[in-house]
Design a protein around this ligand. Structure first.
Ligand SMILES: Nc1ncnc2c1ncn2[C@@H]1O[C@H](COP(=O)(O)OP(=O)(O)OP(=O)(O)O)[C@@H](O)[C@H]1O
Ligand code: SF4
Ligand SMILES: [Mg+2]
Length: 402
């Protein structure tokens, strides 16, 4: 083997090894995840066209025995206008029948999403209100029962786990909610709130319990004497720190941050986001960071996924999404971000109309009802979510579909 061939073979091996390592370093692998909510069950009267059997000679015999006997149940109608002339094939006739049907209506909150999150990475998730961000986050943690698909966490398929098995890995997967006011029990002191699950899961021994909780509180910027105080005595930012401390006290590997700063004012938002980043470096945490705020997502994320009506429409590195977005919906979202420069003119892309109902999503590309680039194919065929290089995925007919 020549030196060039050997070098080429070594490069191929190195690439394969890097890919294999990337594969192995995925903490979370989500495949075709669906979460549908059943919102209505009803009996509905529906019309149905049924073919009428050709008239038999017996019908002639019935002549004279009363007109009703010779009449069909409903007046038949032909599929096409009656043919003229002899020798042509008889046209099939239909009659309309009514029948009762039992119908179930589902909200397709998450409609088949697939992605990976690598160990230590932050995946930002953005999208309009109601597009399914929270439902996806909760389904991944199995706080909601999923409709279909699989979630592999740290090499284990948690979608098939029984309750007892799931309970064991619960501490490793935590969530921080949007509203720091309603997500804390008002009758428990802060130390109890943070430590409750620590006791249940036996994270530390009884003798080390208080010291451990205080050390977690300090990490999250809470003072020691807060241990015996109650949630109503704290501001929104402090409460969110308590929520973060409660999640981190369980030594998790993966945390879903579901709009953790949306309810806070801007200066406190920055503190909490910086705290989350510091804790990530300190504890090698992996985050899914859900937010409406693109500037916050840009600050904290390594990769970003853009969701629309239950699916990702674009996903890629932070730089790819913010510097070279592909999907018209991403372009519209980015054009709405305020720029702190009075001389900079932004061409805002205004999306017409509301997000369609996830109970009855549009056919083809779900964004076609609001897209200024919509083509005929968009109304019929759903675009594939394709990698256009370096993990930059997009689902849009403006780009090659092969
Ligand atoms: N328990 C439920 N029962 C029925 N429908 C639900 C339920 N929870 C959520 N949905 C519906 O699922 C869709 C997605 O909701 P979800 O809360 O995941 O959106 P979101 O993207 O997190 O919105 P927001 O940004 O406002 O938090 C919405 O249409 C919502 O009405
Ligand atoms: S597939 Fe068509 S409708 Fe959908 S975003 Fe692309 S251009 Fe617009
Ligand atoms: Mg939400």
């Amino acid at each position: 083997m020549s030196v060039e061939q050997q070098t080429a073979a070594t490069e191929v091996q190195a690439t394969a090894a890097a890919e294999a390592q990337q594969e192995n370093s995925n903490l979370l692998e989500v495949r075709d995840l669906k979460k549908y909510f059943l919102i209505r069950k009803e009996w509905k009267l529906v019309k149905e066209k049924v073919p009428v059997a050709p008239a038999e000679p017996a019908a002639e015999q019935a002549e004279g025995e009363g007109e009703e006997a010779a009449q069909p149940e409903a007046q038949p109608e032909t599929a096409e206008s009656a043919p003229e002339g002899e020798g042509e094939a008889p046209q099939e006739a239909f009659k309309t029948k009514h029948k009762l049907e039992y119908r179930k209506t589902y909200v397709k909150a998450v409609d088949g999403v697939s992605f990976n999150i690598a160990q230590g990475e932050t995946l930002g998730v953005v999208g309009e209100s109601g597009c399914g961000k929270s439902t996806m986050g909760r389904s991944i943690l199995r706080l909601l029962d999923i409709t279909a698909g699989s979630v592999v966490f740290d090499g284990k398929d948690i979608t098939k786990m029984k309750a007892a098995e799931l309970r064991k890995i619960r501490p490793q997967m935590q969530i921080v909610f949007q509203d720091p006011y309603s997500s804390l029990p008002p009758r428990l002191p802060v130390g109890e709130i943070i430590g409750e699950a620590v006791k249940v899961h036996g994270i530390v021994s009884k003798s080390d319990y208080r010291d451990y909780i205080i050390s977690v509180m300090r990490k999250c910027g809470l003072q020691d004497f807060y241990f015996d105080r109650y949630p109503h005595e704290f501001s929104g930012g402090q409460r969110q720190r308590i929520c973060i401390a409660r999640a981190l006290a369980l030594k998790p590997k993966f945390v879903v941050c579901d709009e953790p700063v949306s309810a806070l004012d801007v200066s406190i938002q920055a503190q909490i986001v910086n705290l989350l980043k510091e804790l990530q470096d300190d504890m090698q945490l992996t985050y899914m960071f859900i937010s409406h705020d693109l500037s916050v997502v840009k600050h904290i994320s390594d990769r970003v996924g853009v969701m629309y009506l239950g699916n990702f429409v674009e996903m890629g590195s932070k730089n790819a999404i913010f510097n070279s977005p592909m999907h018209p919906y991403t372009l519209a979202l980015l054009s709405a971000v305020p720029v702190p420069d009075p001389h900079y003119r932004v061409n805002r892309i205004i999306l017409e109309g509301d997000i369609p109902s996830p109970a009855n999503p549009p056919k083809g590309c779900k964004f076609h009802t609001r897209c200024s680039h919509c083509m005929d194919i968009c109304k019929e065929v759903a675009p594939k979510f394709i990698d256009y290089g370096n993990g930059h995925l997009c689902a849009c007919h403006l780009y090659p579909q092969e």
